[in-house]
Design a protein around this ligand. Sequence first.
Ligand SMILES: *Cc1c(COP(=O)(O)O)cnc(C)c1O
Length: 357
Amino acid sequence: MLNFTVGPVMASDEVRAIGAEQVPYFRTAEFSAIMKENEQLMKQFAKASDDARTVFITGSGTASMEAVVMNVFTPADKVLVVNGGSFGHRFVQLCEIHEIPHTEIKLEMGTPLTAEDLKPYEGQGYTGFLVNLHETSTGVLYDIQMISDFCHRNHIFLAVDSISSFLADPFNMKELGVNVMITGSQKALACPPGISVIILDTEAIKRVEANKVKSMYFDLKDALKNGERGQTPFTPAVGTLLQIHARLKEIERNGGVESENQRMKMLAEDFRNKIKDLPFTIVSQSMSNAVTPLHPQNASAYDIFLKLKDEYGIWVCPNGGDMAEKVFRVGHLGNLSPEDNTRLVDALKDMQAKGLL
Ligand SMILES: *Cc1c(COP(=O)(O)O)cnc(C)c1O
């Protein structure tokens, strides 16, 4: 199998080997020590401040998106939500469900957020901002520095879903003044799905402590309290947390988050160079190192996805909804190499020779 989707992605041999082991009991000093180290390394790689905290939620990325919306905002807030695709839309839905007053900044598919888009909201009393740093559905990476400046100027609490951007693109939580960030186990962390991660700065922790959340599982106060001793309130995905530990240590050994950023940048550029002569248009105007979104000029994107999967054993990521026939995405997340890129490009060239592209 060769997997270029945006998650789950290819895992390293070390991470996979842990998946074959028995899952240990977890209310132990040994597991607590591993969890403490997971918290520390996550903070280090997100460049969070020393007094920030990390919470591990057993649930996919959306579970942490929901937990964040419920725990840091209340009906007294007034939140701006960037909606540039299906993940932005998800934040809008979460605000609706949890009755958080919000205004949607709706963008055209595949277009970045501009200073012009933000201008009408200057000095309008907004208290919160929700954005998916990399809108994975369209492959647009937003200008986080511009968003950060806007929030800083307007004293707005900034919550960032960096689920598919974490480790792929440079990010400095402290310098950017990001109050909460979210990621998930199955993207660049390259582990099985099942765990999502929330990093909270002191401002976010204050909001959590002051909030009365109507949920048992998603009450982050409880998670923060248990986290002090390296534990979680309920049985977590223990095996996945051990895999995350191995992966974080692997990144640390290989030079840390900067090296991982560089590696993914190299992979993305290598792929983009290798497809230059193929009949594709790159559709995003502002790309992450995580994904290349491609529009085939003469063929159905969904057919290409199916052919690659069924005839070549290679997975790319189909788009949903209106875009299914027009766009597919090639991920650069996880345990991939330039040789893997060549295998994919050779398969595409073979399809072209057969008149299928
Ligand atoms: C993958 C992803 C999510 C989480 O989706 P789940 O299926 O719940 O893990 C959220 N936001 C973005 C930007 C993503 O790429």
